[in-house]
Design a protein around this ligand. Structure first.
Ligand code: APR
Length: 167
């Protein structure tokens, strides 16, 4: 039975088939969860990302997990919040959907997401949580392999926002 979990924690410590990185379009690392994942994965991740020459917002690219407990890292640049009239909702849904598609294509059964775009990219938290959970819920019945998706929240307010969604 496919399942969605919401937990509080550090995504770099989670042992799943694939963790998702809230990247930027250069894929060359940054702060926040991107920085944490690059630090934990080690310098080889940088080289693995270079070959993509970036990634458009809402799309996803996959690399190995290197020094992480996860087998794969899926990198997706979420949208930067510009007030909500620039297709941000759809782009955020695309980031979740395309990451899940890529995970499924790589035979992943378990996937962990951070709260994409709600940090530096300033996407409103409740609105993002609603889009994230709905996109994950809509995807699961169509998956061939992915059956467990965990949202790993780094702080209490993020946990509350996701945990209060119907999942
Ligand atoms: N584990 C899980 N979640 C984390 C971790 C971690 N180790 N570190 C940070 N987070 C959380 C943040 O608290 C926030 O809730 O990830 C969420 C996303 O925040 P950001 O990392 O700022 O990502 P985002 O808002 O998508 O902005 C992306 O920030 O780091 C840069 O290179 C990145 O330019 C890109 C931009």
């Amino acid at each position: 039975m496919p399942q969605i979990n919401v937990i509080k924690g550090d995504i770099t410590k989670i042992k799943v088939d694939a963790i998702v990185n809230a990247a930027n379009t250069t894929l060359m690392g940054g702060g926040g969860v991107d920085g944490a994942i690059h630090r934990a994965a080690g310098p080889a991740l940088y080289g693995a990302c270079e070959k993509f020459h970036g990634c458009p917002t809402g799309e996803a690219r996959i690399t190995g997990g290197f020094n992480l407990p996860a087998k794969f890292i899926i990198h997706t640049p979420g949208p930067i919040w510009h007030g909500g009239d620039n297709g941000e909702d759809q782009l955020l849904a695309n980031s979740y959907h395309n990451s899940l598609l890529l995970a499924d294509k790589h035979l992943c059964r378990t996937v962990a997401f951070p709260s994409i775009s709600t940090g530096v990219y300033a996407f409103p938290l409740e609105r993002a949580a609603k889009i994230a959970i709905k996109t994950i819920k809509d995807f699961l019945p169509t998956a061939n392999y992915v059956y467990q998706v965990t949202v790993v929240c780094f702080d209490d307010k993020t946990f509350t926002a996701y945990h209060s969604q119907p999942y």
